[in-house]
Design a protein around this ligand. Structure first.
Ligand SMILES: CC(C)(COP(=O)(O)OP(=O)(O)OC[C@H]1O[C@@H](n2cnc3c(N)ncnc32)[C@H](O)[C@@H]1OP(=O)(O)O)[C@@H](O)C(=O)NCCC(=O)NCCS
Length: 258
């Protein structure tokens, strides 16, 4: 029990820049209190002491503003920040290392008893403030749900879902960028593990790759048009000096920036 508590405190100190000491975390973090009480409530629930589980959950809600159904399954090193207004349903499953902010609902849209009504969050998922994740689907490992998003469909691992109804951003853009980066000889771009949103150089690279990739696409379309025109007019419409096989020299750029 103390091992789990130490782990919870350590993960809060790691993830909350405002946390200053273990004592402060232990005494002033409602998310931690809610999780500790939930462990007791869940223990009662699975051993058949349903009322005691519900009552403990009710007391925890009264003390912390966080309502976790005693049937919910919560992994290790989960961080509930601020917490006020959070509702976590009976069938919800929260993987290890998840972070959940205030006002989040992990709820259902169906009233069918016994069905998996509430979502499963994979390992390391972050759910932003006031987001609602509604239904018995999975939010994949490492995915992020933006604040105030309303998610009603599965979210792929590593993706970011925002808006109401939520749409996945980044995942498509990232895949496209990875492909373009690999074509340009920058296949190690994401392997650096840089959080692109934090590093201005990475942001600049991201912009350059998107821009170069869009130019390549436009040029390919122009070549298609020129080839069609040449065929239609039965003469060579290619401007003098134009090179069809000229491509971005990633190796040369990599050599220059080394
Ligand atoms: C979703 C989130 C994780 C995205 O972070 P990111 O990857 O850095 O994304 P960006 O800021 O680059 O934004 C990407 C796009 O998504 C949009 N976006 C970001 N967060 C959004 C949100 N919550 N709702 C709607 N759109 C959002 C941005 O406007 C941007 O759109 P654009 O491409 O048209 O300009 C982040 O914005 C978020 O909501 N985090 C939760 C934070 C939180 O709840 N904090 C509580 C602290 S108390």
């Amino acid at each position: 029990m103390f091992q789990r508590l130490r782990e919870d405190i350590a993960c809060i100190l790691e993830r909350d820049p405002a946390a200053r000491s273990a004592w402060e975390v232990l005494t002033c973090y409602p998310g931690l209190h809610a999780l500790v009480l939930h462990r007791f409530a869940h223990g009662c629930w699975v051993r058949g002491f349903k009322w005691l589980g519900r009552f403990t959950s009710h007391v925890a809600r009264f003390l912390t503003g966080i309502e976790i159904h005693p049937g919910a399954t919560i992994g290790r090193r989960v961080f509930i920040d601020h917490g006020m207004g959070i509702v976590i349903g009976e069938m919800a499953e929260i993987g290890d290392e998840c972070t959940i902010y205030q006002g989040v609902t992990l709820g259902g849209t169906s009233l069918v008893k016994g069905a998996k009504r509430h979502p499963t969050l994979g390992r390391g998922v972050i759910v932003g403030a006031n987001a609602s994740v509604l239904g018995g689907f999975t939010v994949g490992e490492g995915a992020r749900v933006g604040s105030s998003a309303v998610v009603t469909k599965p979210v792929p691992a590593g993706a970011t879902a925002v808006g109401n109804p939520a749409r996945v951003i980044e995942a498509k853009g990232d895949a496209r960028r990875e492909e373009a980066a690999a074509r340009m000889g920058f296949s190690a771009f994401s392997a650096y593990g840089v959080a692109q949103g934090d590093d201005p150089v990475a942001m600049a690279m991201k912009g350059l790759i998107d821009n170069a990739s869009s130019h390549e696409h436009q040029i390919a379309l122009l070549w298609q048009a020129i080839t069609k025109l040449s065929e239609a007019q039965r003469k060579d419409c290619v401007p003098a000096g134009a090179q069809h096989d000229e491509h971005f020299d990633g190796a040369e750029l990599a050599r220059l920036v080394k």
